[in-house]
Structure formats: C-alpha cells, structure tokens
Design a protein around this ligand. Structure first.
Ligand code: AP5
Length: 225
C-alpha cells in the first residue's frame, strides 16, 4: 500500500497556509480541507452553521470548538480523505487537536506531520493588508508580493478581487492575539508527539513550497520504510 500522507498546516493568520495548500494539492493530488473556506461557504449560503459562525469570524474570534469539530469530522469521514489529506486551519485549539486525534485513532489513521509556517507578526500585518481574494472561488493574491496580471481581476477565473471582511486592520490584530493565545499551544502539542516540522514562512512562496515538498518527500520515504 502507498504511504498515507495526513498533513496539518499550522501558522498565524496570513502565514501562507492557503497559498501553500493550493500548491501542495497540485503536487500530491490530496484533498485540501480549509475550515476557514468551509465556514465562508456556509456564511455565503446562509446555512445554520454559517449564521452561527459569522459573528465570531467577523470579530476575529474562533468559532466554538463543538461546531468546528463536528464540521471537520464529517468532512474527514468522506471517502476522498481515506488515502490522505491536507488540513489548513484545523485544528486550532488543543480541544480540536484532541478530538482529531481521537477520531483518527478510532479509524486506524494518524497524523503524519504538523508543518508550522513561522512568520513574525509585523510581516503578517503587511501580508494581510495586501491580500485580495476572488469573489468566485477565493483564489488568493497580494497587491505587492503576488499581484494578478490585471489589477483587481482573478487570473484563474476572471472574477473580481476583494478584501476579506476579517482582513480589516482592527480584526487582524484580534486574530493575531487569538492565534498566540489559543493556537500557538499546538506547537508544543505536536512537538511532544514528534510530529512538528518547522518551516521558515518568511521566504518567497516558491522557496517555502520547495522546503515543504522536500520535507514531505522525506516523510513519505520514512513512512514507506
Ligand atoms: P482562515 O480562513 O483559516 O484564516 P487564517 O488562519 O486566519 O488564515 P488566512 O486565510 O488569513 O491566511 P493563510 O495562512 O491561509 O495565508 P494566505 O496563504 O492567504 O479562518 C478564518 C476564520 O474562520 C478564523 O478567524 C475563525 O473565525 C474561523 N475558523 C477557521 N478555522 C477554524 C477553527 N479550526 N476553529 C475555530 N474557528 C475557525 O497568505 C496571506 C497573504 O500573504 C496572501 O495575500 C498571499 O498572497 C501572501 N503570501 C503568502 N505566502 C507568502 C510569502 N511566502 N511571501 C509573501 N507573501 C505571501
């Protein structure tokens, strides 16, 4: 059986998790599960979950664990994740990490590695201020670091580029504080289990991508031995 890759991307808001997950999805043909994207879709569609999540997201807070754990568990039960997956933005609290561990344990699966994209707060603020996303599919750009070919227009689907509601400066500050308080403890959680891999997220997207790809190649080799 080919080795299974069950990967978690951890990092502060704007660290480049979505940017890297997009590239890795193409490299490894694995389902890429972003709880942020799933929540934004629910908000757009006006589902009960979307209604419950919106106020938390707009304020820069985390959505309550019980809602997130149920949403992620349902997604991870789907067939396409059985040969591997990349998680972006989940888990984000110790309670979520424990729930994920329990679910995978019960199903005879486990996390292969948790990749930490390390980026200092000052750089995060610049990245988020310049981020633009397309209205159609959420494709990601940066006005300086990764501009679209035509300003304000998505290269991939031609739709309009906008700023996310939670990318306003006052909300970003809150999201960073929440990250340090509630998500940063996961670095220790995965380090204790020997699963943490650190990547310098301040390098260019291509360099970060190369680093993660090399790291995954090593992990796959270790898994197949
Ligand atoms: P979510 O969508 O997950 O937001 P986030 O973690 O804050 O991450 P971002 O999407 O802001 O950033 P990213 O790391 O993907 O960076 P990106 O690649 O875009 O969550 C949103 C909200 O949903 C949360 O606040 C919370 O309310 C809720 N939520 C989600 N999951 C939850 C959970 N598990 N529990 C509870 N609540 C949850 O890059 C950022 C910018 O930088 C882009 O413009 C990009 O072009 C640029 N860039 C990327 N890499 C580089 C680079 N190497 N150099 C220069 N620029 C770069």
């Amino acid at each position: 059986m080919p080795p299974q890759l069950n990967l978690i991307l951890i990092g502060p808001p704007g660290a480049g998790k979505g940017t890297q997950a997009d590239r890795l999805r193409e490299d490894f043909r694995l389902p890429f599960i972003s709880t942020g994207e799933m929540l934004r879709t629910n908000v757009k569609q006006g589902t009960e979950l979307g209604k419950a999540a919106k106020a938390h997201m707009d304020a820069g807070n985390l959505v309550p664990d019980d809602l997130i754990v149920a949403m992620a568990a349902e997604r991870l039960d789907q067939d396409d994740t059985q040969d591997g997956f990349i998680l972006d933005g989940f888990p984000r609290t110790t309670a979520q990490a424990e729930a994920l561990e329990e679910q995978l344990d019960n199903e005879g699966r486990r996390i292969t590695a948790a990749v930490l994209l390390a980026v200092p707060d000052a750089e995060i603020i610049k990245r988020i201020a310049g981020r633009r996303v397309c209205v159609k599919a959420g494709h990601n750009y940066h006005v300086d670091y990764d501009p679209p070919k035509n300003p304000g227009v998505c290269d991939q689907d031609g739709s309009r580029l906008i700023q996310r509601d939670d990318d306003m400066p006052e909300v970003v500050e809150k999201r960073l504080a929440v990250y340090h308080e509630q998500t940063a403890p996961l670095v220790g959680f995965y380090d204790e289990r020997g699963l943490l891999r650190r990547v310098d997220g301040t390098r260019t997207p291509a360099e970060v991508h190369d680093h993660i790809r090399a790291l995954i190649a090593t992990l796959l080799l270790e898994e197949s031995l």
